[in-house]
Design a protein around this ligand. Structure first.
Ligand code: DAH
Length: 351
């Protein structure tokens, strides 16, 4: 009986190894392992054998069955690979210059502008810091020269949590921690503190085209031995020239009041629409209000562990939503938080 098994194994090898396609292979599988297949039929011969012959023949046939199944599945993998390769070789219309899937995601315009500003400040030696959204009254107000019951708090009509903490109303809330973090490097190593800390801010606002209860600011500070208003103007001007890609952009300072700076300013830039000649967008003045800033108040430096007799610096709080609106010509701030993908997917990075 062994000869029959050997003969079937030989036929099987020949057939399977020469199969040209998966369908041909399937025919061979049926021919050998199907219900009426050559190997299955061998078992029917068993009835004619003695008990001892049955045992050894049975195990030979079972071995052959396993061998056949493995051989067929190995050949199937090979054929699949060959067929795929053939398909790739024969496909001539494959065009590598086609654009990628346009349905893929896009960055929010605030993320784009925030990253661009961060890169610009980084190139001027600023570190980029992260700061939480839930802060203490001390961080948001008291350390910034705004004591309890000071009327300046009314401007920021605050959202408090039940534990007394609050959603930060201004990125200025990060100033105190930054001074404390870097004061040793300033005092002991003579390093200038240069940091920006962008973040989300919250205020109780009634919404309209210019007001949102959730918005982004980017705070920046520079503190050292001889930091002056000139450094402030230079840093802001460089940043705006880059963001708007306009070398002729002009800036000016007007007095403005903020308890944590003295003197305090509003920094304006020449109107993006008319270039400073005067138009409806700038109310015919030629200037747009862009960024509150000033020289850091001595009390604020003192609270951060820095001696105001020896060191001075500037701070600014750039409204990123406003910057996005000017850069891309968005005229309703509510679009930025609206979740309308048709609107949000239009913005692309500057190259
Ligand atoms: N934190 C102020 C606000 O949200 C903006 C501001 C003004 C920040 C002057 C500053 C600054 O750093 O110097 O209204």
């Amino acid at each position: 009986m062994s000869e029959i098994v050997d003969k079937i194994r030989e036929d099987l090898d020949g057939a399977v190894n020469n199969a040209k396609s998966e369908s041909e292979l399937e025919n061979f599988r049926v021919e050998f392992l199907g219900k009426k297949g050559k190997i299955t039929s061998l078992l029917k011969e068993m009835g004619k054998l003695s008990d001892e012959e049955k045992r050894s023949f049975g195990s030979e046939v079972n071995e052959l069955k396993t061998y056949a199944a493995n051989l067929i599945s190995k050949r199937q993998v090979e054929l699949k690979k060959q067929e795929l390769q053939k398909e790739i070789d024969e496909t001539k219309e494959f065009d590598i210059s086609l654009p990628p899937n346009l349905e893929s995601g896009s960055y929010h315009p605030i993320t784009l502008v925030l990253r661009q500003c961060a890169e610009i400040f980084k190139s001027m030696g600023f570190t980029i810091e992260d700061y939480g959204e839930v802060v203490t009254d001390y961080e948001c107000f008291e350390s910034l020269n705004v004591p309890k019951f000071h009327p300046a708090r009314d401007m920021q009509d605050t959202l408090y949590l039940t534990n007394g903490e609050l959603l930060k109303t201004q990125t200025s809330a990060g100033q105190n921690a930054i001074y404390k973090k870097y004061k040793d490097a300033l005092i002991n190593e003579g390093k200038t503190i240069k940091a920006i800390f962008p973040g989300r801010c919250f205020r109780n606002e009634s919404l309209d085209a210019c007001h949102e209860n959730t918005f982004f600011q980017m705070e920046g500070v520079m503190v050292g031995k001889n930091i002056s208003i000139a450094n402030l103007i230079y840093s802001m001007k460089i940043m705006l020239i880059e963001v708007f890609n306009d070398k002729n952009l002009k800036v000016r300072l007007r007095p403005g009041f903020f308890p944590f700076v003295e003197p305090g300013f509003e920094l304006d830039c020449s109107c993006r629409i008319c270039g400073g000649k005067g138009c409806p967008s700038c109310k015919h003045g030629g200037w747009l209000e862009l960024c509150p800033c000033g020289m850091i108040h001595p009390n604020v430096l003192k609270e951060g562990g820095i001696d105001p007799e020896e060191y001075m610096g500037f701070a600014f709080g750039l409204g990123l939503d406003r910057l996005v609106m000017m850069k891309y010509g968005v005229n309703d701030i509510r679009d930025l938080n609206g979740g309308n993908l048709n609107f949000l997917s239009q913005f692309t990075e500057d190259k």
